[in-house]
Write a protein that binds this ligand. Sequence first.
Ligand code: SF4
Length: 286
Amino acid sequence: MTTPRRALLAHIEFLHESGNLYVEGLGEPELEAIATSGASNRISSRPDRRATPKTKTPRTATTKAETPEPAAPISKAPMPAVNLTFDERAERLAKAARAVDECTKCELCKTRNKTVFGDGGAGARLCFVGEAPGAEEDRTGVPFVGRGGQLLTKMIEAIGFERAEVYICNTIKCRPPQNRDPTPSEKEACRPYLEEQLRTLGAQIIVAVGAHAAGYLTGVQSSLGAMRGKWHEFEGIPVMVTYHPAFLLRSPGFKGKAWEDMQMLAARYNELNPTDRREIWHKASK
Ligand code: SF4
């Protein structure tokens, strides 16, 4: 489980990498020095207590299409079955995971090593959805592991959540061979599992990670740059779009924009949860 100290380090590191905190030659020693100095007190690791971010010149110019728009009306009870107890949610998710393990609805069942259902607590209301498992995920059965997964975890921790406090999954649960794009029929075959996950969790906000997930969830066929910075919907649930961590690893200049996305997410989360009740959602999992 992520410690507050580790969350703080991740927060500082991501702020630095995204251009929102500048520390010359930032490395582990410098991070430790910041974390143990009074300077860290000015950086909150909880979205409901965070300091207002300082205005910084972004590393890349913001285009008109990427300018954040006013939030869409908030859906507070987006899907049915949101009044489940924690145990009922855990049970339904486990049942769906077993169904996925045995699923042969599309050709991907023939080439997968492990199904990759999802990762996170049954109390999570914030769901990160990527496109499809990769090689490492297929080997481990866990979504978003490896370097990309570590960066996504860092992004999550940077706004004050532990990875275990959110839910992470993909639009499809089996790896396409050679990481090819899933076909429309494969996506359609797998859609009920994603819907079951989101319905069971009573997802409050979905984060579409990467262009493919964004297009699938929102039905909007556009560039990710044009889709981010505004709210979309999936079955009445607000959807925010951000860059895939694998892309950010290849193009670190976009981390500043990813940080803007995470700030937008934290603001919406605070709006929906004026009193943060995560500790209640998750107490059954401790
Ligand atoms: S990708 Fe989805 S529909 Fe296809 S076999 Fe795997 S679990 Fe079943």
